[in-house]
Ligand binder design. Structure first.
Ligand code: NAI
Ligand code: NA
Length: 399
């Protein structure tokens, strides 16, 4: 079929398999251009491996360090004339390229929060890899069914305490307007968000993997967090999602204790704000990102998910002398270039000036839009979108 982008709000309902393949190839080429990661990971489990930071982690491990990878994700293949999801096509593309390069790559599609998917993953590790030496935890989800109690939690993106009013952009139309987001009405919204995006599931994974004996001596595990500028604090770091990130970060010492006898270590890496399916759903943040991109591109310090993950592996997690640089709170910071004083000062200056009229000139809204469509395999150079394409692409390792 001929596949065109079809959007509803910040969601794209369609995805293009050839475009996804091109996007994955572009990421692979970038990683190869940086050379091999010395002392890098060899057997890697990526939880949330199909899009965003998780996909880029998988590509950086495989093509930067010749790692065998198992990817876990929650995506849909095509069925009855409906196309598959972007993450499905990304994973099909990844496996195809990995296998062609002689790398072991297997995938599991299902709910990573469930005990069943954890067990399936453990069985697959036992069968194919024996043990893993790196576990990347990169889930982003609006809901989680608790595996022990069956309770279904939904996360919310709200401020805490008082309403938050700031500018936001509709990146399809370029209209900048004020938005007011009311605070949570009760603590339950906070607890629910922590239940979905906090550290409990990461802990469950590490506990189960350890109990099954599939974590190698010296194993590392990493999960991703965000801080960002003060102007997004009320909706992000001091909001409900920020409470979940605090909980995720507080899980690090718990996992370190758990991994002690294996001489294993856990980390949270604070990453840069980037266009992904998850971040486009947060109010205010896309406008910030479009100003940030403009400033960082002008300075030559802009990075996408693959540049971030390649740098995380090569310059933080797997350094030549084994040292891992941490901030005063014990976190890895690869948001360092985003948070640089000169960058933030310029973004703040543009933030005051940005309106519907000035948007095109002072922000990189075109870059934002293009990256958004790229996430779904659209608007990539070298792809013939007029050509009939097969939407029934399979992820080779999934029956
Ligand atoms: P994303 O939406 O691109 O990726 C989410 C991944 O989780 C996908 O592979 C999806 O299939 C998987 N997933 C979701 N629910 C699942 C389930 N129930 N079972 C199995 N897999 C499931 O998100 P993104 O942006 O890459 O986020 C990953 C992490 O990075 C999150 O913790 C996020 O908070 C963090 N982060 C994101 C930043 C951004 O600007 N996008 C900045 C800093 C951190
Ligand atoms: Na991800």
């Amino acid at each position: 079929m001929i596949i065109q982008p079809r959007t509803r709000g910040f969601i794209c309902l369609t995805a293009h398999p050839d475009g996804a393949l091109q996007a994955v190839k572009n990421q692979i080429e970038y990683v190869k251009s940086k050379g091999k990661i010395k002392n890098g990971p060899k057997k890697v489990l990526v939880i949330g491996a199909s899009t965003g930071f998780g996909l880029s982690s998988r590509i950086a491990a495989a093509f930067g360090s010749d790692a065998a990878t198992i990817g876990v994700f929650f995506e849909k293949p095509a069925s009855e004339g409906k196309m598959g999801t972007a993450g499905w096509y990304n994973s099909a593309a990844f496996e195809k390229e990995a296998h062609a390069a002689g790398l072991c790559a297997k995938s599991i599609n299902g709910d990573a929060f469930s005990d069943d998917i954890k067990k399936q993953t453990i069985d697959l590790i036992k069968k194919d890899l024996g043990q893993v030496d790196l576990v990347v935890y990169s889930l982003a989800s609006p809901r989680r069914t608790h595996p022990k109690t069956g309770v279904a939690y939904a996360s919310v993106l709200k401020p805490i305490g008082q309403p938050f009013t700031n500018k936001t952009v509709d990146f399809h139309t370029g209209v900048v307007s004020d938005i007011t987001i009311n605070p949570v009405e009760n603590d339950e919204d906070i607890a629910n968000t922590i239940a979905v995006m906090g550290g409990e599931d990461w802990k469950f994974w590490i506990e189960d993997l350890k109990a099954a004996g599939v974590l190698a001596e010296g194993v590392k595990t990493v999960a991703y967090s965000y801080i960002g500028p003060e102007l997004t604090f009320p909706i992000y770091r001091n909001g409900t999602i920020g409470q979940a990130k605090n909980d995720l970060e507080a899980t690090v010492p718990v996992l370190n204790e758990l991994l002690k006898d294996l001489h294993g270590v856990s980390y949270v890496s604070v990453n840069k704000a980037l266009v992904t399916q998850s971040s486009s759903a947060i109010p205010v943040v896309p406008l910030y990102i479009s100003l940030l991109y403009k400033v960082m591109k002008a300075k030559g310090t802009h990075e996408g998910t693959i540049e971030q993950m390649q740098r995380l592996f090569a310059d933080r997690l797997y350094t030549e002398n084994g040292d891992v640089a941490l901030d005063s709170e014990g976190r890895i910071r690869i948001d360092d270039w985003e948070m640089a004083e000169d960058v933030q000062a310029e973004v703040a200056k543009y933030w005051d000036k940005v309106t519907t009229e000035t948007l095109a000139e002072i922000s990189d809204i075109d870059g934002y839009r293009k990256e958004f469509f790229n996430l779904f395999g659209f608007e990539l150079e070298g792809v013939d979108y007029e050509k009939d394409t097969d939407e029934n692409v399979k992820v080779p390792s999934i029956e």
